[in-house]
Design a protein around this ligand. Structure first.
Ligand SMILES: N[C@@H](CCC(=O)N[C@@H](CS)C(=O)NCC(=O)O)C(=O)O
Length: 209
């Protein structure tokens, strides 16, 4: 049994959708980030960094959304989360997961939490640099999907599509959201119609996609 500690629309979103895709039983525990529940002594005991997600697997707590996606794919090889272990498609899948976590994950963290580096939303130079890095990734991924879609791995859906959809959603209030790029817009429409995505959207009561 899995237990996912999640924040609405947060980095837990892709893992929530992945659990739904696998079809295993899981429990959800909401962490109210706005109320600061992630810094409560109880939560810090299972996640000393005070962040979501935390996934409890067989009584042990694990963190980092990309790592959790990798773990779930490994634990459920029959699921649609990743291509066969050892295949070149799996190698490509690892590359995509790590690239997105490093680039989009890192830059979005700075976008939403500028105080991590002693900056603020008013620091236009830093803000614009982060925005450019994120937009450059959208351009790369847009070209990839236009050339060889409809999914990141071409014909087959996989867990990295849940990661990308989550990151794209986070850009919805940015000056140029991911959906400004045509292939990404088509991709978002397809992914948002996916039953697992619709399920997490409803369960987490997300608005504004
Ligand atoms: N690299 C981590 C990032 C986790 C993260 O920054 N989560 C945010 C929500 S998206 C969070 O917990 N924020 C609360 C806080 O930092 O106080 C992951 O992908 O799991």
């Amino acid at each position: 049994m899995y237990t996912l500690y999640y924040g609405r629309g947060a980095a837990s979103l892709a893992i929530h959708a992945a659990l739904k895709e696998i079809g295993v039983p899981y429990e959800l525990v909401a962490v109210d980030l706005e109320a600061g529940q992630q810094r409560s002594p109880e939560y810090l005991r299972i996640n000393p960094q005070g962040k979501v997600p935390t996934l409890i697997i067989d009584g042990r707590a694990f963190h980092e959304s990309a790592a959790l996606m990798l773990m779930l794919a490994e634990r459920h090889p029959q699921s649609n989360l990743a291509p066969a272990a050892g295949s070149l498609a799996r190698a490509e899948w690892y590359e995509l997961a790590v690239t997105m976590a490093n680039n989009l994950g890192g830059n979005f963290r700075l976008w939403f939490y500028p105080s991590d580096i002693g900056s603020s939303e008013g620091d236009t130079a830093v803000r614009s640099a982060i925005q450019q890095r994120i937009e450059s990734m959208w351009a790369t991924l847009d070209a990839r999907l236009a050339d060889n879609g409809p999914y990141l791995l071409g014909e087959s859906f996989s867990g990295v599509d849940l990661m990308l959809t989550m990151y794209m959603r986070w850009s919805r209030n940015m000056p140029r959201p991911a959906t400004d790029w045509p292939a990404l817009k088509k991709y978002a429409d397809m992914m948002r119609a996916r039953p697992s995505w619709r399920h997490v959207t409803e369960t987490e009561a997300l608005t504004g996609w």
